[in-house]
Design a protein around this ligand. Structure first.
Ligand SMILES: [Fe+2]
Length: 422
């Protein structure tokens, strides 16, 4: 094989390797270093460096071979010198060519010559000087041929594109990070606003202090136990906080009326889920279905709920969760006209009303979450904190919960089997 053919094949090989290196997603500095070694190896050069333009002034050394660090102190490029490279007045330059009008070379010639640099190539991508490639002479002492120049130009273009792409990716990552931070901030503001609303709702109802916040927390605990994603869990917590927001437009006297209110007052009070929906629907929530969860938190599986008298399948799962959390908090907190019910009594109510008022799957999930906490299997004791230390004490509590869970799960699987046989 002729020497020139061999060289051509070698050059092609090097270009292919370089392309692969640049397209790789690995470490950027390593990519530039390997690219430079390929360039030096292809032409058997003694030394070289890749320097990057980082705005105005100093050039940043990204890869270097066979040169001392002192070379790069005070090594900078001025805007006019970049423009000269861009306009083609000063393309690649032989350092020794003193006849050249390259202002950059004229300024740094002595330093470059002292370090054995013979060639300086600008990397120009999309009308921008991304950096320079400095190359020493051939190890053989031969002059550079025209073919050598062609090879170097091709490789310089490749490396320039690699650096440019890396910069773009960095900018994209930075913007994505900025967007993520802004989004997080917005979500935090949204959550704070929601909590403020929850507090406003609860202040209106003097008997149920902290009710909305507890419903939010119970809903979150149930949804997590049911295997919902973190995003969905956050959403249902918000829905819990806001479920009674419609009470803001119901007269304070009606909300705070004694237990037995007449039909007229009661229908006024029962407007609150629909009113809540009206308030929440126009808002662009970062979570799905929040207005519907508020609207349907008083629906029942047997169709005897309000506002629309929906039945089991028609009620969104989120609304079923909020409904249980809401009723559970109502049963386990004191009101001026009655004391809260014992846990035993509450479990009895949940058992009796599963399939009528509550969804058995939701009740079973809540019971599992309470049981886990009672058995000390959870990191925090969030439910206990809301119910008070002594409420879940007693040897009978785990048995009560265990029986409820197994009965409900049996019922759910029996129903599933029945549905499948149709
Ligand atoms: Fe309500």
């Amino acid at each position: 094989m002729e020497l020139s053919t061999q060289k051509l094949i070698h050059t092609f090989g090097a270009l292919a390797d370089l392309g692969q290196e640049i397209a790789g997603t690995g470490d950027f500095t390593e990519m530039v270093r390997t690219s430079m070694h390929l360039l030096l190896g292809t032409l058997a050069l003694r030394r070289g460096a890749v320097v990057e333009c980082t705005g105005d002034g100093p050039l940043k050394c990204v890869a270097v071979w066979g040169l001392g660090d002192q070379m790069f102190s005070g090594f900078e490029i001025e805007e006019a010198e970049k423009q000269a490279f861009l306009s083609g007045e000063a393309t690649e330059s032989l350092v020794q060519n003193t006849a050249s009008a390259n202002a950059f070379l004229n300024r740094h010639r002595d330093k470059l010559a002292a370090e054995g640099i013979e060639l300086v190539f600008p990397m120009i991508v999309r009308g921008e000087v991304t950096g320079l490639i400095l190359l020493g002479g051939k190890a053989s002492g031969e002059e550079f041929s025209n073919d050598d120049f062609e090879t170097i130009r091709a490789m310089v273009r490749h490396i320039g594109v690699g650096i440019h792409t890396h910069r773009l990716l960095e900018q994209v990552a930075q913007r994505a990070e900025e967007n993520r931070r802004l989004y997080d901030e917005l979500r935090a503001i949204y959550r704070d606003t929601v909590r403020a609303f929850a507090a406003a709702i609860d202040i209106k109802d003097k008997y149920t202090q902290g009710h909305s916040e507890r419903v939010g927390k119970y809903s979150e605990i149930i949804a997590r136990e049911m295997g919902w994603s973190e995003e969905e869990v956050e959403g249902i917590q918000i829905a819990g906080y806001l479920h009674d927001i419609g009470k803001l437009i119901v007269d304070r006297d009606i909300i705070n009326a004694p237990y037995n209110i007449d039909a007229k007052l009661s229908s006024e009070l029962n407007r609150h889920p629909s009113a809540g929906y009206e308030i929440l629907a126009p808002i662009n929530h970062p979570y799905a279905d929040i207005p519907l969860m508020a609207k349907y938190h008083h629906e029942r599986l047997d169709g005897r709920g309000y506002p629309d008298g929906l039945t089991d399948e028609q009620i969104p799962m989120g609304a079923k969760i909020v409904s249980l959390a809401d009723s559970f908090d109502a049963m386990t907190t004191d009101r001026p006209y009655r004391r809260r019910r014992s846990f035993e009594d509450v479990v009895r109510d949940l058992r009796e009303n599963s399939g009528k008022q509550f969804d058995g799957k939701v009740v079973a999930a809540f019971a599992r979450a309470i049981l886990k906490e009672v058995k000390g299997e959870t990191k925090e004791r969030r439910i206990t904190k809301m119910l008070g230390k002594t409420y879940l004490e007693g040897e009978h509590v785990p048995t009560l919960l265990g029986d409820l869970i197994s009965d409900l799960e049996e019922e759910v699987s029996r129903k599933g089997a029945k549905a499948q046989s149709f």
